[in-house]
Design a protein around this ligand. Structure first.
Ligand SMILES: Cc1cc2nc3c(=O)[nH]c(=O)nc-3n(C[C@H](O)[C@H](O)[C@H](O)COP(=O)(O)OP(=O)(O)OC[C@H]3O[C@@H](n4cnc5c(N)ncnc54)[C@H](O)[C@@H]3O)c2cc1C
Length: 228
């Protein structure tokens, strides 16, 4: 994965999130994260490009990425609303990081010590869900500590609630993440252009794909409605 932020004039709605392509040759995700960063109306626009490659280097948050390693895959991506090569080349800085996660752990709590968030369940960044799950951990931990006078029992109760739930998200991010929709469209079209998404995949299938992930991640509408 190659990541960066580019200062760029707003495009499409000015708040659009763009997902382009699959990993062959590249998958690109783009969305603005801050408005008017220069007094001239430019936004800070976040982007991440994924390419499936045998090239692997151990994880390091600070490794600089090189344009020549990934930009050729998108060399002809020129849209009316965005010139991708120009946009990516104008990035402030580029970082490279492998797509990695960790197998679910057998336990988190050891006496009066426990884990939470990425320390407990680092996951593939495919569901935009790591921080959201850390917040759900916090809520469960607070509930458990409020309900139990014994801290050790509280941490065990917190773990019993959140370890299996987050393990499911980690595994879903490997097998059936939200971007499985892109893969399905890529598979059905053979990566050829199409005019109307309804000709490729039905609304029902799209909803089913996204709802199944929402159920695992805990933000499907029905579950949220029943929360107190
Ligand atoms: C580019 C990117 C995009 C993302 N997008 C999304 C998204 O759209 N939605 C989403 O939900 N999640 C997203 N995530 C994931 C999310 O950022 C993480 O899951 C989340 O930050 C985890 O929170 P955390 O508190 O567990 O860990 P962290 O945020 O990593 O916090 C750990 C903190 O501990 C500090 N620390 C480390 N060692 C020590 C030490 N020895 N002493 C003191 N402090 C220490 C670190 O400096 C850090 O501040 C994204 C992540 C990245 C990198």
């Amino acid at each position: 994965m190659w990541r960066g932020v580019t200062r760029w004039k707003p495009f499409l709605s000015g708040a659009s999130m763009i997902r382009i392509g699959w990993h062959h040759p590249a998958k690109l995700l783009i969305y603005p994260i801050r408005n008017n960063v220069d007094g001239e109306g430019r936004q800070l626009v976040n982007w991440v490009c994924d390419i499936e490659t045998p090239q692997y280097q151990a994880r390091d948050w600070n490794r600089r990425g090189r344009l020549e390693d990934f930009l050729p895959a998108m060399a002809d991506w020129h849209f009316d609303w965005l010139d991708v090569p120009k946009f990516i080349s104008s990035s402030d800085a580029i970082l490279e990081y492998p797509m990695v996660d960790q197998d679910p752990l057998p336990r988190w709590s050891f006496g009066r010590l426990t884990l939470l968030g990425d320390a407990a369940h680092p996951m593939y960044p495919r569901g935009a869900n790591g921080a959201a799950q850390a917040i759900l951990d916090c809520r469960a931990l607070t509930d458990a500590l409020s309900a139990n006078a014994d801290a050790v029992a509280a941490l065990k109760a917190y773990e019993a609630k959140r370890l299996p739930a987050t393990a499911e998200v980690v595994l879903a991010n490997r097998k059936a993440p939200p971007d499985a929709i892109l893969h399905e469209v890529y598979r059905r079209t053979g990566d050829k252009p199409f005019k109307n998404i309804d000709d490729v995949i039905s609304r029902e299938e799209l909803v089913a794909l996204s709802e199944s992930y929402k159920r695992v991640a805990g933000y499907d509408k029905e579950r949220l409605k029943t929360r107190v």
